[in-house]
Design a protein. Structure first.
Lengths: 105, 205, 615
């Protein structure tokens, strides 16, 4: 038991070097992506089609960044979390197609 | 190894994964988030299908205020950052700092909720209520579900702060902090889609 | 070790059952509750068949008939089939993977009680005089506030919502259990087939049930808060409900059938005394069926006019499912081929399953042909099809599984003679009931209509169908008699009562002790126990030394929490804010207690293990 702990404490010391830098980078990235999205709409200069593409693109990148860094999905041992989220996204994707093309009133 | 053997100071680097219970909790929570993805996805689909059916009520481009949405987005983004700092403090066993970050998370969450209530109140004043149209129903349901998740998160994290004060950081409390942080980020991720799909695209038309 | 021996109150008698977090006991609770609802649903089926025994019958009125078909469908799918599957999952999965319990014992109990109170809420509608009558699919606008103004559909919405929480929790729990709790050496590709199918089933539950939740929420908002999701007058979309329901509903039927595939795989392999043929192709087929299961929902909606592109896509995707299913059928046949087959009740049901399910599958492919579906749609052909896959597939699988694992669950072998009576009456009765319905449908008899005119060629076949339904009833009663007779016998089942057991559940006593495995076993290959037996060993190699075993404490909170939801359900329905508030306060209060007070559990010391603690 005690030997276990000395190992993990050593590990902890090694990990301590790792600062908040990557999270701040992720934050700044998220901030920039959000600003681009809002600016695109606020300016009103760009045509609707292209605005949609920019908006979806910015959202997907931002979500990817936040999931990878803040939700630690880029770390080791996250195979099943990744599978869980991707499976959910696949189901959602089919439903979005359904909502856009196969629903009328 | 059951949880309560450990005392403070002897915690491993990642105390949330020190026990089988902790690992189960994290994995189970991720699976639950997979289910939540589908839950919000279905709400989004309903919204996408019904967004133009405004009946006699106002359209999205008429009522949405970009400035309110922008402030709400910033608040939630900051809140998410506070939450990730809390987990980092936990990994360094800095309990006081962790509590500080958690309090910041909760306060920002409360600000977000206040802003949302203010916003919904304004819409109701403009004749945009649940029964107004299919658009209004699906809008309130989607954004309201997100708001309810924020409210639950605020209550949950508050409760966890109290528990940390009482019990300290242990291998029992650490997984709770960790999954609540994951939950909080997830809510922020959902919000990214809400401000994109509902507000910005709604503004574009 | 005495330092961390916590005093935990351990209950006896009825309190033990109300507070249990032991997966074996929860399995039994699921079985009892599922059997109860199966009885209710079966009775409704018999009443439906009596009404249809002759033309222009007036045994029940049209309104009552609508209520009967709605409640029969809903009860059988959500309250009978699902919990019986959960019964087998709970009873078997932790044993098959060599675990002491599921990942979340507390949530397991919560899942059971929410299911039970959801089911209770739904069935209380019979006594409230407002029974759901919009069909088990509750299509809008029929189920909307305009055309179903009573509280009937509210019972459907809230009952299923609460029961759905339980199912979702179960799905999360079993996914986490199978990923995290496998015994040392049991890799994914060494898991028994039943574990695999339950794993995939749990995945499907996790991704399909939230869709139902949202659909029910939307319907509830429409009905209770004047929302307009499905109200066409205010811009809502009726077609949206159909989509949402079937995006959930189609995976749901695979959720029902995959566990049956797993049971059949185990039973066929055991009673042919052969390794399951094509194990890895079976695994692959299961995963593929699950994936395709999410991609075919609109084949329930060919006649709504989605257009030729959508119809063609969903048509092809549906037919594709026949491929992995066919792989499974052939694998079972090749497993049987050349095996020394024992015809026990269990294996009879498994062998009866194969041709029956093939018939259901073939009519499924027929229905997948979109142009032809315009002819079959909403006729008895469809009724025949889904009863062939659900009764002929799932229920046969359940009977096979129950006879097979009964000694492991209860420590007593079911009587084989009565079992044979069960099989033959049920099997013959089933085909009598539903085979003729194919032709009734092709002749044009519509489903869900309470009576029919004489001399349209429907009379004889409907009569035959009703006789068959009574035979199925007799078969079910025979099973109940069997259970009663057996429960009077001594508890003397051996650890490996079929002598040909292949997986880990047969290495421990029947019924297993509370902690299942005194020492977690070391798994050295697929069919772990068979491998050891073939090498002349009489027990598994342990993977850990003997020591005190940590157990979770029993808790009354899951029960109270579910009662809170049950109360809140009534508050929503009858618009009594205070009742809703009280109910939700009870539930949230229990969640608070659970979070604040840590569950330290207790240890079963080595001396106590020697005495043998019986579950």
């Amino acid at each position: 038991m005690s030997s276990n702990h000395s190992v993990t404490e050593g590990e902890a010391r090694r990990h301590k070097v790792e600062g908040p830098r990557k999270h701040i980078v992720a934050f700044i990235l998220s901030l920039a992506l959000t600003l681009i999205a809002f600016a695109t709409v606020a300016s009103g200069e760009i045509n609707t089609q292209f605005t949609y593409i920019i908006l979806v693109g910015m959202a997907l990148v931002q979500v990817f960044v936040q999931m990878a860094f803040w939700m630690h999905m880029k770390d080791r041992g996250h195979l099943f979390p990744i599978i869980a989220i991707i499976s959910g996204v696949v189901v959602v994707f089919t439903m979005v197609i359904m909502a856009l093309y196969w629903v009328w009133w | 190894m059951s949880a309560h053997h450990h005392v403070e100071g002897q915690l491993p680097h990642e105390p949330e994964r020190a026990t089988m219970e902790g690992r189960n909790k994290i994995l189970g929570f991720w699976i639950f988030l997979g289910a939540e993805t589908v839950l919000f996805g279905t709400l989004f689909s309903a919204y996408l299908a019904l967004r133009h059916n405004i009946g006699d009520g106002p359209a999205a481009s008429e009522i949405f205020e970009l400035s309110t949405t922008f402030i709400a987005t910033m608040i939630l983004l900051f809140s998410s950052l506070m939450s990730v700092f809390a987990v980092q403090a936990m990994h360094q066993h800095k309990v006081k700092a962790m509590i500080g970050w958690l309090i910041a998370t909760v306060v920002l969450g409360l600000c977000f909720l206040g802003l949302e209530i203010f916003e919904f109140n304004a819409y109701v004043g403009e004749g945009h209520r649940m029964p107004t149209s299919a658009f209004s129903s699906s809008f309130y349901t989607l954004v309201g579900f997100h708001g309810a998740h924020v409210a639950f998160g605020v209550l949950w994290i508050t409760l966890l702060i109290l528990q940390i004060l009482k019990k300290g950081l242990t291998v029992v409390t650490a997984p709770k902090i960790y999954v609540s942080a994951i939950y909080w980020h997830f809510i922020d991720v959902v919000w990214v889609f809400i401000f994109t799909v509902v507000y910005l695209m709604g503004k574009v038309g | 070790m005495a330092a961390h021996a916590h005093k935990v109150k351990r209950y006896r008698g009825i309190m033990d059952w109300l507070t249990t977090v032991d997966h074996k006991k929860i399995g039994i609770l699921y079985l009892i509750a599922g059997a109860l609802f199966f009885g209710v649903g079966g009775l409704e089926a018999i009443l439906i068949r009596i009404q249809l025994i002759k033309p222009m019958n007036d045994f029940v009125g049209a309104d009552t008939f609508n209520e009967l078909i709605t409640m029969h469908g809903t009860t059988m799918i959500f309250l009978a089939a699902m919990p019986m599957l959960f019964a087998l999952m709970n009873a078997v999965i932790p044993l098959q993977i060599g675990a002491r319990d599921v990942a979340f014992p507390f949530l397991n109990a919560l899942g059971f009680w929410t299911f039970f109170f959801g089911g209770l809420l739904l069935n209380i509608s019979w006594f409230a005089g407002n029974v759901p009558d919009a069909g088990w699919t509750s299509y809008v606008p029929l189920a909307g506030p305009t055309y179903a103004s009573g509280h009937g559909v509210d019972y459907y919405v809230l009952g299923l919502q609460i029961a759905g929480i339980g199912t979702l929790l179960g799905g999360v729990n079993f996914m986490a259990t199978i990923i995290n709790m496998r015994a040392p050496g049991m890799s994914f590709m060494r898991m028994p087939m039943f574990t695999w199918t339950i794993f995939i089933t749990s995945v499907m539950i996790v991704f399909a049930f939230p869709v139902l939740t949202v659909g029910l929420v939307a319907l509830m908002f429409d009905r209770l808060f004047q929302a307009n999701f499905f109200e066409t007058a205010s811009g809502g979309s009726a077609i949206l409900w159909e989509h949402v329901f079937w995006v959930f509903g189609h995976p749901e039927v695979y959720i029902l059938i995959l566990p049956a595939f797993g049971v059949i795989s185990e039973v066929v392999s055991t009673f042919s005394r052969k390794r399951l043929f094509g194990y890895s192709s079976m695994v692959f087929a299961t995963v593929l069926i699950a994936f395709l299961g999410f991609m075919v929902w609109a084949h329930h909606m060919f006649t709504t006019g989605l257009g030729p592109v959508a119809n063609a896509l969903f048509s092809i995707a549906t037919m594709l499912i026949a491929v992995p299913t066919g792989v499974k059928i052939f694998n079972w046949l090749f497993t049987l081929w050349g095996g020394s087959i024992r015809f026990t009740t269990s294996s009879l049901f498994a062998i009866g399953f194969i041709p029956t399910f093939v018939m259901g599958g073939v009519t499924g492919v027929m229905l997948a042909v979109a142009p032809a579906d315009y002819q079959y749609h909403d006729s008895y052909f469809v009724v025949a099809h889904f009863h062939y896959v659900i009764v002929g597939g799932l229920v046969f699988g359940l009977f096979a599984g129950l006879h097979y694992w009964w000694p492991k669950m209860f420590g007593r072998m079911l009587n084989e003679k009565i079992g044979q009576v069960t099989f033959w009456t049920f099997f013959v009765g089933f085909h009598l009931t539903f085979f003729v319905q194919h032709f009734l449908g092709l002749l044009g008899m519509p489903r869900r209509v309470w009576t029919y005119l004489p001399d349209q060629g429907f009379d004889n076949m409907n009569f035959i169908s009703t006789i068959g339904a009574f035979l199925m009833g007799i078969g079910t009663i025979a099973m109940i008699i069997n259970v009663i007779v057996t429960s009077a016998k001594p508890r003397n089942a051996l650890a490996d009562p079929w002598e040909d057991g292949r997986s880990l559940e047969w290495t421990i006593p029947s019924p297993p002790p509370e902690y299942n495995f005194k020492q977690l076993p070391l798994v050295r290959g697929y069919d772990a126990w068979w491998k050891e037996k073939m090498e002349g060993k009489t027990e598994m190699t342990p993977a850990e030394p003997v020591g005190p075993i940590h157990m979770p404490s029993p808790s009354i909170l899951p029960l109270v929490m579910s009662i809170g939801l049950f109360i809140a359900g009534f508050g929503f329905m009858y618009d009594k804010l205070i009742v809703t508030f009280v109910g939700m306060a009870i539930t949230l209060g229990c969640m608070l207690l659970r979070s604040v007070f840590d569950d330290h559990g207790f240890h079963i010391e080595v001396e106590e293990q020697e005495k043998g603690v019986q579950a």
